[in-house]
Design a protein around this ligand. Structure first.
Ligand code: PA5
Length: 434
């Protein structure tokens, strides 16, 4: 169960200030679940968590079983939510080096950049390997995944022939609309659905996340169970609800001049989870001249880089720190007879004990330095905890964005760079008028 501790924000705002927001949080939460706010046709993610496996989940598990049997590598093609969700989930639970373990198919990602080097590296990694691909795009028209798809499809057809290639191409897209749906139908690819009322950054609990996770050997039923438990637990309309505390505290801090939020992870494997969070909050809130700028940091590594800035730079930031319960199996620090490094004072202490002291020391230093800290405490890293975290942050983001007065479910600003790029590339319909 997720717990939010805001006892380290009181240097910057008061309990009265927070309680003064009660009506606003209430209205925002109500607007969300009654589907009465802006963007209310994109609230399908509220209904995704489920204690029971759905037909779509059963189809996903069956496809994943086949893929695991015939593929050494699974390439997930997508960008934005179609990339960050699955990658964040796999890395958090299985570790950043999951591809070196050798037990499950390797999972590579493509279509999330336009880098020639990255593409050529992927081609080299696929050399001589049996592989399948999962093309994920809600719109079906996004440039980066579309370019990668075209090339990967050719690679598969050359390697296996058209008929066998078909069995190795899996599509996740809108059920009826878009180029990718048309491709899947015409070519006869097995396909999965991103419901029309679920936007990219809220889609990780659809086939977008579930198929790659299942191929990676994760338990998607547990993941969904965690999300469903979070949905049940985060239903309260009071400050006992951790999502209320998080949404209210960050809005209060923002109004008090804290324009930057750093999501601090103490688990290296949560780095990409930070990326997922960054997209969720950044694209949902950054509009109409408003929004907390979301950045991420990995501690203790970034204490040796960003730490200085956090401690003594401009006082315009706050931290949200995610803490997981440490693994039950302890790693102990051993005695060294020579003690040349002077570390014998740690003999017999566990690594997580040292980490906890580093965390407490950092917390005290940052709070003393004028950086308010919101603590998000989660259980041990596992599929279920991950499901809880996904739903917790999605709900908090919806509430928070409504408090900010923006539509969390659109991203009109993203179109500007695309228009310029299409003009420069000469895409039909985007010609520069002389
Ligand atoms: O949150 C969003 O909707 C976007 O960031 C999308 O995830 C991203 O642009 C990719 O879009 P699509 O899935 O249509 O390819």
């Amino acid at each position: 169960m997720i717990n939010v501790d805001i006892s380290n924000v009181w240097g910057e705002c008061s309990l009265n200030d927070l309680l003064g927001l009660e009506k606003e949080v209430f209205e925002a939460h109500k607007m969300l679940i009654e589907r009465k706010g802006p963007g209310n046709d994109y609230l399908g993610w509220l209904d995704l968590p489920s204690f029971e496996a759905t037909d779509e989940m059963r189809r996903i598990v069956s496809a994943a079983k086949r893929i695991r049997e015939h593929s050494e590598v699974f390439v997930v093609v997508g960008i934005g939510g179609s990339y960050l969700g699955p990658r964040a989930a796999i890395e958090l639970v299985k570790g950043q080096n999951h591809n070196l373990r050798g037990r499950d198919p390797q999972i590579f990602f493509a279509g999330n950049n336009l880098s020639t080097r990255a593409w050529q590296e992927l081609c080299a990694l696929l050399e001589g390997k049996d592989f399948s691909i999962n093309i994920i795009s809600k719109s079906g028209t996004t440039t980066e995944p579309a370019i990668a798809t075209r090339a990967l499809k050719w690679m598969l057809e050359r390697k296996y022939g058209a008929d066998e290639a078909k069995k190795r191409i899996f599509v996740t897209t809108d059920p009826a609309k878009g180029a990718l749906r048309q491709i899947a139908t015409e070519e006869g690819y097995e396909s999965f659905v991103i419901p029309p009322d679920v936007g990219g950054r809220y889609s990780v609990l659809t086939a977008v996340g579930l198929l790659p996770l299942a191929v990676a050997g994760m338990d998607i039923t547990e993941l969904m169970f965690g999300a469903a438990a979070a949905k049940r637990d985060l239903g309260a309309f009071s400050f006992e609800n951790p999502a209320w505390l998080y949404a209210a505290a960050r809005n209060l801090l923002y109004r008090n001049g804290k324009k930057l939020e750093i999501l601090c992870n103490w688990e290296p494997s949560a780095r990409l989870f930070g990326g997922w969070w960054q997209q969720l909050f950044g694209e949902s809130e950054g509009k109409d001249g408003k929004g907390i700028f979301p950045v991420t940091a990995e501690f203790t590594a970034d204490l040796h880089s960003l730490g200085q800035m956090i401690q003594q730079g401009e006082r315009n930031l706050f931290e949200t720190v995610i803490r997981f319960v440490p693994p039950r199996k302890r790693t102990m620090i051993e005695m060294d007879w020579k003690n040349l490094d002077g570390l014998n004072y740690l003999e017999g202490k566990s690594l997580d004990f040292v980490e906890e002291q580093a965390f407490q020391g950092t917390l005290a230093a940052h709070v003393d330095g004028g950086v308010p800290v919101i603590l998000v405490q989660a259980d041990e890293v596992c599929d279920r905890t991950l499901g809880e975290l996904f739903y917790f942050f999605e709900l908090s983001c919806g509430i928070s964005a409504y408090m900010l007065g923006v539509n969390p479910f659109n991203q009109p600003g993203v179109e500007f760079y695309k228009r310029n790029m299409f003009q420069l590339l000469g895409k039909p319909g985007y010609e520069i008028k002389q």
